[in-house]
Design a protein around this ligand. Structure first.
Ligand SMILES: C[S@@+](CC[C@H](N)C(=O)[O-])C[C@H]1O[C@@H](n2cnc3c(N)ncnc32)[C@H](O)[C@@H]1O
Length: 354
């Protein structure tokens, strides 16, 4: 990127960041009534849907449209505050955000809400496709694969369908693991696939015992990510492959995702996820919006991330492709405003244990 474009982008990002802080501060002054918070949740989701429309329009300069959405959101917050006089004044329960505890509750709810057919369509299809387009079949075929923070098991079941000989999924969400086991039963998958409740910090598994390890969108939610990366490194065989997916850094999208999460973070989790569900979005959008506006993400840029992984003991980094039209992996998405919109973009990395 030219130095000039870099400076202009920096200025725009600073401006968006300042506006988002103003919006956050405005929402702090809202009464915590059912009336105000339910309108706020709807407005945040609507704004995020529109932001998504804007940033995924290829080669479209996003700034005026984004500023309009933020301006509109700010105005709506004023209206919510003003019209709270008409509310019946019932209060929404507070639930202070506690990163790992809150994530456990959020993902337990989200992962176990899928129906069998939506799970197969939305989730398994997506991961089988990711394995195919990134030529990972040769890496997993007849191999032992472990999935750290497997959720409801989608990646591991897809890997199993693509030929891995043994799969082990670990997640601290009891309901997610129950759901994975139910799916396994329904699909009549044999004993070589195990899903266990446990912590990614301490798997209690033998060192150097897996050929492939997956960390797909998990460690960026942790309090102590380095501990988890070291644990994953420990159980992987020397030369074994790791698939890492972690959130990128430095675009408009990151600022606005953080803004939404900050605004909603202390609202009771059941309450806000029910409100989002009541909006009647499609399955995948309900999931995506609930995750994106409620979970806390740590952002990494590509260079810092690979340097970090290298210090932990990984090498031979290759950037991979998510493959859906709302993924934004830099080498695979042609957009002249990529850096401004997405910064480093999604980071899907294949690498090996040194
Ligand atoms: C965004 S979800 C990703 C799930 C799955 N890897 C996927 O790609 O579909 C993050 C998952 O990490 C799990 N998780 C977060 N912190 C964890 C921890 N400390 N120990 C075990 N699992 C954890 C959550 O329960 C959740 O299922």
């Amino acid at each position: 990127m030219k130095a000039n474009t870099k400076t202009i982008n920096k200025k725009i990002l600073l401006k968006v960041s300042k506006i988002s802080k103003k919006i956050i501060n405005k929402t702090k002054l809202l009464p915590k009534t059912n009336f105000a918070i339910s309108f706020l949740i709807s407005e945040i989701i609507l704004a995020n849907l529109e932001i998504e429309n804007i940033i995924f329009k290829r080669n479209y300069y996003p700034v005026p449209a984004i500023l309009k959405v933020l301006d509109n959101l700010s105005y709506k917050i004023d209206l919510i505050k003003k019209n709270n006089i008409h509310s019946n004044m019932t209060k929404v329960l507070k639930q202070p955000f506690n990163k790992e505890k809150s994530h456990k509750q959020i993902f337990n709810i989200l992962w176990s809400k899928y129906t069998f057919s939506q799970y197969l369509k939305d989730r398994i299809g997506r991961y089988r496709n990711r394995i195919k387009i990134n030529n990972l079949k040769k890496i997993i075929k007849n191999k032992k694969v472990i999935d750290f923070g497997c959720g409801h098991g989608n990646f591991l079941i897809a890997a199993f369908m693509e030929g891995c000989s043994f799969g082990y999924g670990i997640d601290y969400g009891k309901e997610s693991i129950n759901f994975s086991n139910k799916i396994k039963k329904k699909l009549k998958i044999n004993k070589n696939l195990k899903f266990k409740v446990g912590s990614v910090y301490k798997t209690k598994l033998k060192s150097n015992s897996f050929d492939v390890a997956i960390q797909n969108g998990v460690f960026h939610h942790l309090d102590k990510p380095t501990l988890a990366y070291k644990e994953l490194h420990r159980v992987l065989k020397k030369g074994g492959y790791a698939w890492f997916y972690t959130d990128g850094f430095g675009g408009i999208r990151d600022i606005l995702a953080d803004m939404s999460q900050t605004i909603l973070k202390d609202v009771n989790i059941d309450y806000k996820l029910n409100k989002i569900r009541d909006l009647n979005l499609s399955y995948s959008k309900t999931y995506h919006m609930s995750d994106y506006t409620n979970a806390k993400y740590q952002h990494y840029d590509l260079k810092k991330y690979t340097n970090y992984l290298s210090r932990i003991g990984f090498t031979n980094f290759i950037q991979l492709n998510g493959g859906t039209n709302t993924d934004f992996d830099k080498p695979f998405l042609n957009d002249k405003y990529f850096d401004l919109k997405f910064g480093s973009g999604d980071l899907r990395i294949l690498c090996q244990k040194k």
